[in-house]
Design a protein around this ligand. Structure first.
Ligand SMILES: *[C@@H]1O[C@H](CO)[C@@H](O)[C@H](O)[C@H]1NC(C)=O
Ligand SMILES: *[C@@H]1O[C@H](CO)[C@@H](O)[C@H](O)[C@H]1NC(C)=O
Ligand SMILES: *[C@@H]1O[C@H](CO)[C@@H](O)[C@H](O)[C@H]1NC(C)=O
Length: 354
């Protein structure tokens, strides 16, 4: 009789496990585990997207540019600085991340955006409303789309007001070679939440209750890979939403995944618009090649075009020299400023003088 008892209890146990397994793998169970099904929907529901043929299978680099829907001129400057045929010859795809026109916007219509897409094919428009508090959704949407649809070796995330050199970026990527896991950019260490209600980046205890942010990369410009982007987007489904996009994605989610950040090389990043201006003037007037790759546009829409053109002039006519070691830009260029470089956390206050 003993073996019969054993047999029955084994059968009962197996049945129970089967039930648990069925329940566990059902969609309802999964849905209830997803803290942020809404995030998930926004990541994959678009109003407009590039044609299915837009991404060649396995390109080298996909550039995702977060762009306010009304910034038509900025997008135009990006397209002229890095024209489609140049991108194609380098195995690069670029897409602008937009979302729904807010009611406060008076100068742009949805018809104009549809027209822009039909001409340039490079617009991904999310189904949420444009707002800086919705930037996390836009950022995740871009990472998801790039890693799902284009599946490139590298993804570059920039803002539409970031100035960067395409060739300079490309050179760095070639140096990195083919890697699965890269998160490289301007690291921000030891930043703390702004608790002053008047600050644009004011964060309540409820939104973020620790008194320090994890190390993160500035959302101006950072480099990652398709496989990292996939993991970040998946992790976003299970972690409480936080609206400051670069802190949430490259700080909080990245930290949970245990991924390391890499700081861009020195001589790569210009924190102030004035330094970029100096670097440009040195190229056009003194024929000293600008060694820097990234900087802010200081509100000047065409700076990305002028910067890339000046660099190409330098390289094509081969009449530019390397900056003398004893006269580094950040010392020679006179910028007397006292302000935050990045406004989202406790910014660095720096005084740069000749
Ligand atoms: C484009 O990039 C992919 C991935 O890096 C590579 O496999 C492919 O050979 C490249 N194609 C060209 C034309 O360079
Ligand atoms: C974010 O997008 C949602 C969906 O469109 C919208 O309801 C909400 O108002 C937006 N948030 C803000 C702060 O505008
Ligand atoms: C942040 O820390 C990393 C090392 O953890 C360092 O390489 C990097 O230069 C630091 N960045 C800044 C802006 O201090």
């Amino acid at each position: 009789m003993k073996w019969q008892k054993k047999f029955v209890s084994t059968l009962v146990l197996a049945f129970i496990f089967l039930c648990i397994w069925i329940l566990w793998s059902s969609d309802e169970m999964k849905d209830s585990l997803l803290l942020h099904k809404k995030n998930y929907d926004y990541m994959k529901d678009f109003i407009l997207s590039p044609p299915v043929t837009y991404c060649k299978k396995s390109s080298f680099l996909t550039i995702i540019v977060t762009s306010y829907v009304g910034h038509v001129e900025l997008r135009s400057a990006h397209r002229r600085a890095m024209p489609a045929d140049l991108l194609e010859s380098m195995n690069v795809t670029r897409v602008f991340l937009l979302s729904k026109i807010p009611v406060t916007e008076k100068y742009i219509t949805q018809a104009a955006i549809i027209n822009e897409l039909s001409i340039y094919k490079d617009i991904l428009q999310g189904s949420f409303v444009e707002n800086y508090r919705n930037l996390t959704l836009k950022h995740l949407m871009g990472l998801r789309w790039a890693s799902n649809v284009c599946r490139p070796t590298y993804i570059l995330k920039v803002d539409d007001d970031t100035v960067f050199s395409l060739e300079g970026t490309y050179k760095l990527l070639l140096k990195l070679g083919i890697q699965e896991t890269v998160l490289m950019g301007y690291m921000l260490n030891n930043t703390v939440p702004r608790r002053n209600i008047e600050n644009k980046w004011y964060v309540t205890q409820q939104e973020y209750n620790l008194n320090k942010y994890p190390e993160y990369l500035s959302g101006w410009y950072y480099i990652t890979t398709s496989s990292v982007a996939t993991r970040l987007c998946d992790m976003a489904l299970y972690q409480p939403h936080f609206w400051i996009d670069d802190i949430y994605i490259t700080g909080i989610l990245r930290n949970i995944l245990g991924l390391k950040l890499i700081q861009v090389p020195e001589d790569y990043w210009l924190e102030y618009y004035e330094l970029l201006e100096c670097c440009m003037t040195d190229m056009t007037k003194k024929f000293i090649r600008c060694e820097y790759v990234v900087g802010p546009n200081g509100g000047r829409n065409n700076l990305i075009l002028e910067f890339n053109e000046a660099l190409r002039n330098c390289d094509n006519q081969k009449n530019c020299m390397v900056r003398p070691i004893d006269k580094p830009l950040k010392r020679v260029c006179f910028v007397k400023r006292e302000r935050d470089i990045f406004s989202k956390g406790q910014g660095k206050v720096e005084l740069i003088q000749a």
